[in-house]
Each structure stands twice: as C-alpha cells, then as structure tokens.
Design a protein around this ligand. Structure first.
Ligand SMILES: Cc1cc2nc3c(=O)[nH]c(=O)nc-3n(C[C@H](O)[C@H](O)[C@H](O)COP(=O)(O)OP(=O)(O)OC[C@H]3O[C@@H](n4cnc5c(N)ncnc54)[C@H](O)[C@@H]3O)c2cc1C
Length: 401
C-alpha cells in the first residue's frame, strides 16, 4: 500500500521504517523546513528502547545520549534537600535506559528511513476519504491519492483536526505549563545530574549537555499563567511566574531574554474514543499524548508505530481488520500510561509547602533499597507483549531492509 504519513518526529519515521520493512510504500511529510536540532532531552527505556534496538539505532543513541547518575533537589541556597541515584533504576531495566535529546532520537530514526521519500516544508492540509483510498491536498496546493493517511503530527495534530474534529474535543489540560530552552556557557554545571529547585506550584531544573550547552526546564501550575500568552509575551509570562524564586533562577531568567528557540506549551493529554476512521489512523501524541509527565511519550509513539505497521501487514488488504487489531492491542496499555502520568504532577509542581515536603520525603524513600526497587519496577515496567511481526506477516509481504 502507498501510505502518507503527516509528521516526521518520532512516530512518523518509526512507522515509515516498519511499513517499508513489511513491504509497503510510505511517504513522509513534515511541516518544518528541516529536522530540528536542539530541544529538550527525554528519558528513554522499555519497549520503545526494544524497538530502537530492533531498528539498529542504539549505537547512535549511545553515542549522543547521556547515562544520568542522579536526581538532586536543592533549596533556595543550592543545598540538596532530596535526591536519588539513577543507577538502581537503570539496573532494574538491565541497563536499557538512556537520556537523549529528542532531536537526536528523531535524527537516528530519520536516518533509519534512508531511501523513503520525505518532503520537508510540505504538509497535508485536507483529507478526502473515498471507498478505496484517500485524496489529500498538500500545503503547496497539489492533490495526491494514497491508500491510507496517518496522522503522526504531534499533540496539535492537523490530521486529527481534519478527520476527527477540533483540538478542544480531545485535549485534556493537566493544569501545568512547561517551558524548555537551551543556554550556552551557563556557568553552573553538574554533569549527569538533573538538578531542580521547587517551590509550591513551580519547578526550575537544569541538565548539563555536551557542547557547553545546558537544558533548562520551567514547569508551573497553570493557574499562575493568564490564558495562553502569544509567542511574544511568553518570556514576560515566565518572568512573572518564576521571578520571585531564588537559587539560580534570577540568572536563568536574565539569560532567557536572548533565547530564540523557546518551547512553551500547556501540559495536556489527548483522549479519543478511537484512533482510526475508515482509511485514516492517528498515532503517537496525535492519538494519545500521555504528556511529558509520563516521561514515556517517545516510547509509546514508537510502540504504536511498530504495532500499527505490524497489524496492517498481518491483515493484508483488510485495512479495517488491521486498524481494529492496532487499537485492540494498545488501547488499555496506553490508557494505563496516561492515568499513571497524572500522579506525577505533584512531583514536578506540588501545590503546597506540605506537598513539597512529602515529595522530597518520597524521593529520599526511593533511595531505600527494597522500597525504591519495588516502586521503580512498577513505574518502569511495560505490561505488553511486543509481537514479533517479522515472524508472522503474511508471506510475500516482507521486504528486505
Ligand atoms: C518538555 C518535554 C519533555 C518530555 N520528556 C519526555 C521524556 O523524558 N521521555 C519521553 O519518552 N517523552 C518525553 N516527552 C514527550 C515526547 O517528546 C513526545 O511524546 C513524542 O515526541 C511524541 O512523538 P510524536 O512523533 O507523536 O510527536 P512529535 O515528536 O511532536 O512529532 C510530530 C512531528 O509532526 C510535525 N508536524 C506538526 N504539525 C504538522 C503538520 N500540520 N504537518 C506536518 N507535520 C507536522 C512536527 O514538526 C514534528 O516533527 C516530553 C515532551 C516535552 C514537551
């Protein structure tokens, strides 16, 4: 089948890779003019990691990634008030846990798609479903026909809007906002340590990266921000919300002024009753964003892509059957991940001073060997059997790598 994929982030290239491997002809579209560099850093483990391994991209991730050593929560004077080592956590998943820039993961996935047509600066702006195919209109005005269209275009998916309805029907705001940006030559560095300072309703964190860069994350409760500020007012909104904090925050806010790549958004989840409609399917954040609180969005996006490609290939020409199997296999798994993410709001932005104390107590508890092991293994485990589609796709469907 010839399959249009809107979005070349994490889910899009993973899907394209597996579709080609199972004998289909994917075509990728990406609104941005090129792959983006920089951006935030993600933690990556579980079944997503397993799929990355099957795609042969682990060496690239190892080369670019970070094996974080510690979480350190500090007070206004920079003294550690809570902390935990990451090593036991990594041991729990047999070393298969890495932190990597989202852009580096996206680039590794993209390179695995070498030879698959990719159109940057071009996206799907209209979708018309017909009995045996879909006619899409592209942003340059051209129309093209495909057998299927996949929306892998993230939290604010255009394909979802075109086919399923407007964002506000599916987006559930979780009551927090996030901003992320990078600073060059920021003077405070603790290599391989996530250092954060939290006061009620606000957290500021930093992670030292290669090439003299530092990732800064600002998270706050949404009631502190009025409405959704337009791009030109976002820095002012952040200054207002975080301006009273001590520690390194005044310095960070001063440096924010010169930043030109600021990520700023509400923290939201996406909930739809179904991820497929006739010949269109959604995956990744477009289908079921669990939010950054889950810390697993990339892994989920890759799992969904792998399963969608596998189930479509298993079901041959019966697209409806493939789509049903995709949803049946994943819906409750993904929904559990979305529920689990809600608990983590209190970790990033506890509401009160008492909640903050409890959070610090809980983090310190994680360092108590048996307790920590039990809590960690529960939150890191994926209760899903990943099918080996390469063994089971119908004969003749499998293509060479
Ligand atoms: C601050 C932050 C921290 C996070 N931390 C973690 C973490 O630790 N671990 C983790 O696993 N996940 C984390 N996540 C979540 C993770 O980044 C996402 O869940 C994941 O990237 C989803 O992949 P995706 O391919 O569905 O969407 P995206 O990665 O958002 O990719 C969507 C792509 O579609 C493109 N696009 C958008 N609109 C259009 C359009 N109209 N036409 C064509 N293309 C379009 C975009 O440019 C982009 O390339 C974090 C997210 C944030 C914001």
């Amino acid at each position: 089948m010839r399959i249009a994929i809107n979005g070349t982030g994490i889910a899009g290239p993973t899907l394209a890779y597996w579709l080609r491997r199972f004998g289909h002809k994917p075509v990728l579209f990406e609104r941005a003019p090129a792959l983006r560099a920089g951006g935030y850093v993600i933690d990556f483990w579980g079944l997503g990691y397993e799929i990355a391994d099957r795609m042969g991209i682990l060496p690239a991730l190892m080369e670019r990634g970070y094996l974080m050593q510690r979480l350190r929560m500090v007070d206004a004077d920079g003294r550690e008030v809570a902390g935990m080592d990451v090593a036991p956590l990594r041991e729990q998943v047999h070393g298969r846990f890495i932190s990597v820039a989202r852009a580096d993961l996206a680039a590794a996935l993209f390179h695995a798609c070498d030879g698959i047509p990719v159109h940057f600066g071009l996206s799907i702006v209209d979708v018309r479903q017909e009995t045996r195919g879909v006619v899409v209109t592209l942003s340059d005005g051209r129309m093209e026909r495909f057998d299927l269209v996949i929306g892998a275009d993230g939290l604010h998916s255009r394909v979802r809007e075109l086919v399923f309805g407007p964002d506000d029907r599916f987006e559930r705001a979780l009551g927090c906002h996030v901003a992320a940006f990078r600073l060059t030559d920021y003077p405070h560095r603790d290599e391989l340590v996530y250092v954060s300072h939290t006061v009620p309703k606000r957290q500021v964190a930093r992670v030292a990266l290669r090439n003299r860069e530092t990732l800064i994350l600002l998270i706050c409760r949404s009631e502190l921000i009025e409405g959704f500020p337009p791009r030109e007012l976002q820095k002012a909104a952040l200054r207002q919300v975080f301006g009273q904090m001590r520690w390194e925050v005044p310095d960070i806010l001063a440096r924010l002024e010169a930043v030109d790549d600021l990520y700023f958004d509400r923290i939201s989840q996406i909930h739809l009753n179904r991820w497929t409609l006739d010949r269109v399917a959604l995956l990744g954040d477009a289908a079921a964003c669990a939010s950054l609180l889950a810390g697993e969005g990339t892994g989920l996006a890759m799992i969904e892509a792998y399963v969608l490609a596998g189930e479509l290939s298993r079901s041959g020409d019966d697209v409806a059957k493939g789509f049903r199997a995709y949803e049946a296999r994943l819906r409750s798994f993904v929904s559990d991940k979305q529920k689990a993410a809600l608990w983590l709001r209190g970790f990033f932005a506890p509401q009160t001073a008492m909640a903050l104390k409890l959070r610090n107590f809980a983090v310190n508890l994680m360092s108590v060997p048996l307790v920590g092991k039990r809590l960690v293994s529960r939150s890191l485990s994926d209760r899903l059997e990943l099918p080996d589609y390469e063994m089971t796709v119908r004969p003749g469907c499998q293509a060479s790598r």
